[in-house]
Design a protein around this ligand. Structure first.
Ligand code: ADP
Ligand code: ZN
Length: 751
């Protein structure tokens, strides 16, 4: 590589990306990470699920000489990943306990002969002496450590054998390492870096913000077996008119008919029960849990991947085995054990960047139940588990933007304004109140107790609880003592959480459940200012009707899309592959938007490389040709195809972003367009017959009265000429206002 100049290597990277993987562009940090790996640097990559971690080591593995060793804890996933790579024409293999002796010998021989670009190895195989000896003989390009959070006991998926990886790599040779994970709180990050000696490595942290995921928490009420009726006092304030959870479940899934989804439950028993219940209600669902026979598990997972089952019902214990890009909803029937777990599990929705609805049914009774499971664990482990659970409870009960809370948990700054109403709390925000004096009181209490005590103690001090513990520290003498006795424990908990979210307090990285005042917090104490706080959700007064908004209005040719999906399924069946290995949904959507009928047109579609065209292109092209002919779509096809590829790319991008309700300013920024140019593009899209729903944006910039006035104008006007409208309203509206309403009007009436 060293002889290749920067420019050459840049175009080499791009062309390899297209040629091998079929992608036109790198996403996020991918390109920088890949360059670092190619330059033999150690790198540490933190990227949320679905962001495209795999490519960060797969592409360098293809380019570099030798074999890249990928350490991954998930034997179940290995075959899948290896299959996908083989489909792309990359020679990848795996080495784990499921292989026969002959297969192991073959894989080793091929590795030594330099035939294999990527070799997936389970950590327990890596620790075996004979494998270390074999790896010493192989020409290794680098080590990739996937799911690196398994190293940390502070994480939610600790695997002791992961802690030995570094010493084993050192025995094999001095080789570059790329460590990757999708979940790492600042504390876990530090742990990983220390353990892998990666303190000096290049760190790439991507945003954890999964913009296309909609987060929602609903109160879990009575269930058939009455377990929900054992509500704790904490739940009493939340017990409301909410509908039976099982009924809501059915309604929700029926609203997502034909789409893939996962339902997570706490126990195996519940998994079986819910799977049965769904089937009785005509929803094709299969169970998945550790108690099932291995073959049944494999079959059920395959049925889900192959879309013979719409829904898989699984235990939370069942980890990362489901790797399907078009999961459209993830439901937590029971509360997860940690926010990391929740983030990971919900992260399986919408990996392809399209719609993903994450719905959780919550009751504090679930938290209590989970706490009971931990009672036999060693003390530190139990305390850690308890702490993780409390964080989960706080998240579920809070009325603050879910996205803000999640990102804050992973140490990422975020402004709730940017959520784009993609969480229940933003859509249905609760009352706000002036929080100055409460924040001041909280911070004073922390300061007076020298930031050494757990939150429960601080709340006792605030509420004037004269316990032995409080007395033993003479905390009854503090200024803050008893100043908050008017308010409940729940209230103070919520104020403290919000003080953290606003950056006045932060977690002590060394001590669990102890908070420290930040610089901002001290500044506030010096001169307190107005702070807006949010009241907790009151489920009692909320009408918890399952109002499902359509998050994703379709903007492609649905009929063709369905045909292509069917074709994909048939081919998948013939080749015994999961459908998404052939083409992913976004690619099919794009085909159903641009109607490619030749190989070169097809190659323009994102996600379609030459490898895939050779393997699968023909039947798809034939199907599209037949469809175009049958439906006389020559015009549409010609228009789109005649445009240069980049231009139609921009259009598709705009359509997708509008579907995801991204603000127009943001879309314009992303594509370097002025607002005026963006609106022109949108007009073109709309004029050529694609329905666009801009309400989310129009509602933001215009009140309903003004919208109505303009709307009525177009209803009666002789022409939709913008100039005329401007004149008519004597510049009372901006040109932008008028054009947007015109688009709205046209999509509602002219199509
Ligand atoms: P992660 O391991 O981070 O969860 P994956 O590596 O499985 O994510 O990638 C998630 C999805 O994104 C996959 O469907 C993959 O094909 C797709 N993908 C990755 N990189 C790109 C890219 N540069 N352009 C388009 N799609 C991509
Ligand atoms: Zn939000």
């Amino acid at each position: 590589m060293s002889t290749v100049s920067i420019n050459e290597s840049e175009s080499l990277l791009k062309s390899k990306l297209k040629e091998v993987f079929g992608y036109n562009q790198f996403r996020g940090n991918q390109e920088q990470v890949i360059k670092s790996v190619l330059a033999d640097r150690n790198v540490f990559v933190i990227m949320p699920t679905g962001a495209g971690k795999s490519l960060c080591y797969q592409l360098p593995a293809v380019i570099k000489e030798g074999t890249a060793i990928v350490i991954s804890p998930l034997i179940a996933l290995m075959k899948n990943q290896v299959d996908s790579l083989n489909m792309l024409g990359i020679n990848a293999q795996f080495l784990n306990s499921t292989l026969s002796k002959t297969d192991i010998a073959r894989v080793k021989r091929d590795t030594i002969d330099g035939k294999i670009k990527l070799l997936y190895v389970a950590p327990e195989s890596l620790t075996k002496d004979e494998n270390i000896a074999f790896l010493k003989d192989a020409k290794i390009s680098f080590f990739a450590i996937d799911e690196a959070h398994c190293i940390s006991e502070w994480g939610h998926d600790f695997r002791p054998e992961y802690r030995r990886i570094r010493s084993i790599i050192d025995r094999i040779g001095n080789l570059p390492i790329i460590a990757l994970t999708a979940t790492a709180t600042p504390k876990v990050q530090l742990d990983i870096q220390k353990n892998l000696y990666l303190e000096e490595s290049q760190l790439f942290i991507s945003s954890f913000n999964r913009k296309n995921l909609f987060y929602e928490v609903r109160q879990k009420s009575k269930t058939k077996d009455g377990e929900g009726s054992k509500l704790s006092t904490r739940d009493n304030k939340q017990k409301g008119k909410s509908k039976d959870v099982d009924k809501q479940l059915i309604e929700f899934i029926k609203q997502h008919k034909g789409k893939s989804g996962i339902v997570y439950c706490l126990s195996r028993k519940k998994v079986e029960e819910i799977a049965d219940y769904l089937n009785v209600n005509d929803i094709k669902a299969l169970p998945y849990h550790a108690g099932l026979d291995a073959q049944v598990r494999v079959n059920n997972q395959d049925a889900f991947l192959n879309e013979d089952a719409e829904v898989i019902v699984a235990t939370i214990a069942f980890g990362m085995g489901i790797d399907k890009p078009d999961v459209r909803f993830v439901i937590h029937y029971d509360a997860p054990k940690s926010i990391e777990g929740y983030y990971q599990e919900t992260g399986r929705a919408g990996r392809d960047g399209l719609e993903g609805h994450c719905l959780m049914f919550y009751t504090y009774a679930d938290i209590t139940k989970l706490e009971k499971f931990n009672k036999d664990k060693p003390v530190t482990e139990r305390d850690n588990a308890k702490h993780l659970l409390q964080e989960m409870a706080a998240y579920s009960e809070s009325s603050v933007c879910r996205r803000l809370q999640l990102l804050h948990y992973f140490g990422e700054p975020f402004d709730a304004q940017d959520c784009g109403n993609m969480c229940d709390n933003c859509r249905r925000s609760t009352a706000k109140f002036e929080g100055k004096k409460f924040i001041e009181l909280v911070l004073t209490a922390f300061e007076e107790t020298e930031e050494r005590f757990e939150t429960t103690h601080i709340i006792n001090v605030l509420r004037g609880v004269e316990s032995d513990f409080v007395r033993s520290y003479e905390h009854t003498n503090l200024e803050a003592f008893g100043k908050g006795e008017q308010q409940t424990e729940v209230f103070w908990n919520s104020v403290i959480r919000q003080a953290m979210l606003k950056g006045f307090l932060e977690k002590d990285i060394d001590k669990t459940d102890v908070l420290k005042i930040t610089e901002l917090g001290f500044k506030f104490l010096d001169s307190p200012t107005s702070v807006e706080l949010q009241e907790d959700r009151d489920y009692e007064t909320e009408n918890n009707e399952a109002k499902e908004e359509v998050l994703n209005s379709r903007s492609y040719d649905e009929v063709l899309f369905d045909l292509l999906k069917k074709l994909r399924k048939t081919i998948a069946k013939q080749k015994s592959l999961p459908p998404f290995v052939i083409f992913q949904d976004p690619s099919l959507e794009e085909m159903a938007t641009t109607y490619p009928t030749t190989e070169s047109e097809l190659a323009q579609v994102n996600g379609v490389g030459m490898g895939k065209i050779k393997k699968f292109g023909k039947p798809f092209l034939e199907k599209i040709k037949a469809y175009v002919k049958e439906n006389d779509i020559t015009t549409a096809s010609n228009v789109v195809v005649k445009q240069n590829a980049n231009k139609s790319k921009v259009k598709i991008f705009i359509i997708q972003q509008i579907d995801l309700r991204v603000d127009l300013e943001e879309i314009a920024n992303a594509k370097n367009l002025t607002m005026e140019e963006l609106i022109s593009e949108i007009e073109h899209i709309s004029d050529s017959g694609t329905k666009l729903n801009l309400d989310y944006y129009i509602d933001r910039i215009m009140d309903s009265e003004r919208q109505e006035e303009l709307y009525n104008y177009f209803m009666e006007a002789e022409t939709d000429d913008i100039e005329e409208a401007l004149v008519e309203f004597e510049n009372e509206y901006t040109e932008e206002d008028i054009r947007l309403i015109r688009i709205k009007f046209m999509s509602e009436y002219a199509m």
